[in-house]
Design a binder for this molecule. Sequence first.
Ligand code: GLC
Ligand code: CA
Length: 567
Amino acid sequence: MENNRTKWYKEAIIYQIYPYSFMDSNGDGIGDIKGIMSKLDYLENLGITAIWFSPLYPSPDKDYGYDISDYKNIAPHFGTLEEFKTLLDECHKRGIKVIMDSVMNHTSSEHAWFKDVINNPSSKYRDYYIIRKGIKNGKKLLPPNNWTSVFTGSAWEKLPSSDDEFYLHLFTKEQPDLNWDNPKVREEMVDIFNFWFDMGVDGFRMDVFNVFSKVDGLPSDNALKMSRGSKYYIDGPHEHEYLHELYEKSFKKYDSLLVGESFGPHPEDKIRYASEASEEIDMLFDFAHLKSDNRNNYFKKKFDILEFKKGLATPQINLYGKGWNSLVLENHDTPRSISRFDFNSTEYHYEVSTMLPLITFFGFGTPFIFEGEEIGMTNCLFTSIDECMDPVTHFIHTIMKKLPMTEFQRMKMISFGCRDNARTPMQWDDTLNAGFTKGKPWEKVNPNYKEINVKNDLASVRSIYHFYQSVIFLKKSNKTLIYGDFHELSKNSKEVFSYLRSLEGNTLFIIANFTDETVEYKLPKEIEGKTLTSLLSNYNDTELKDGIIVLNPYQATCYEIKEENDR
Ligand code: GLC
Ligand code: CA
């Protein structure tokens, strides 16, 4: 079969839209397709070349779109399939590719397949799901094994229509896991991918893509009373085989991008998934650096810059020459980057918001920008659990209630780590609800919208959006920033992150000060005595004298290196 892939994604700049929170056109408080359409100029001007839409499909919203009840349609609160096609055309006219989200580890419990399983004991869809008999223990019926859901509690729920059966759900109980060992399930998935590809969609982000295949027999993890059990499904026994099958039957026929959202993958599997030779997916999100300031998301730890640097650097080294990498600071599941990592972003809001994209996106890989990142949107202070819409935030709050702490302390931890931070509405201007909706917003608007919003930012001489434009422009136009190799410098520095990118005799030197103090950086031997020309910096003055660069607080600069004798 013909392979139609141009690998355009290598030169792409991708912008993630979380549709609920981007722009509401009809005042129901929920973002929608028409709202997105009204902001395409804004996105085109930013310079991005692709948009990834978090799920737009019909969903009972138990996990805000990540519980899909119909894979081939658009949720009524977002619009219609016809409107989506118009959006697709409008994006394509502007040279913007469209990436959909595919959530295929599980369906919604409201999906027609699962409803049929519940209503019909001889349903042909029974084997689409993972259903097992419970274990009798005296009068009690225990779940088939001791696995816990990623979102707390048992990973098993009683099948409503049965006396003794349970179904597996790694996430909420409204997200029953699909049985990927059933070839019919895999055929359905191929059919769904092809449905959207045939419509003109350019790629997919694949939700928790590395947990589809579970170990035969679904064994209990006997070491513990209750256990995540994740060693029995992370990079499971048939995972690579199933992905390759999707590649053969779908991906390779289209000029597509497949980017996997990984769930704790093993180092060797990470490389295999994203290697071109494997013919599976094109890249994955590696979140290692986003663990450098927390334990389990909610427990703050002192920011470990060495962990951050290693997390970002490792895939750039491991994948170079083999496959492709992604570069990401935020998404709809993470807190806002500038509010993390012990940054002093109250005093240095502009500096931190511009240092981060420069140092991250000039690495080896395709940048992913999450909505609002380009204007320096921050975490939100949630003072009551009622202000949070994410079910996971509520699960965590319930667990925290068992711990000896005050409600104030609980909400402080929640405000630090919860996913709602990313989901507060996009801040367009300083009018009611940040210009996001004329109605009641589905999720709290961050009160700082009067200062931090698109309108103010665009009017400012220190516009973060304009700096993102420059970062994007340089990344797109400089082949060394796209295809060059990555060589980290000063690995043990706890103040700066610096590296070289080199391609065919051209070398760029990228450096960022991660502190709020002035740092004197002595050029390491690799670049000593070379001539450095600044291509982009978030400060006007870049001081370089006698082999020492004086970096202002949170300064980030990209230099071009010339050999002395080149001059
Ligand atoms: C992914 C999504 C997250 C969702 C989960 C279950 O991690 O990014 O939002 O809750 O998968 O689908
Ligand atoms: Ca709406």
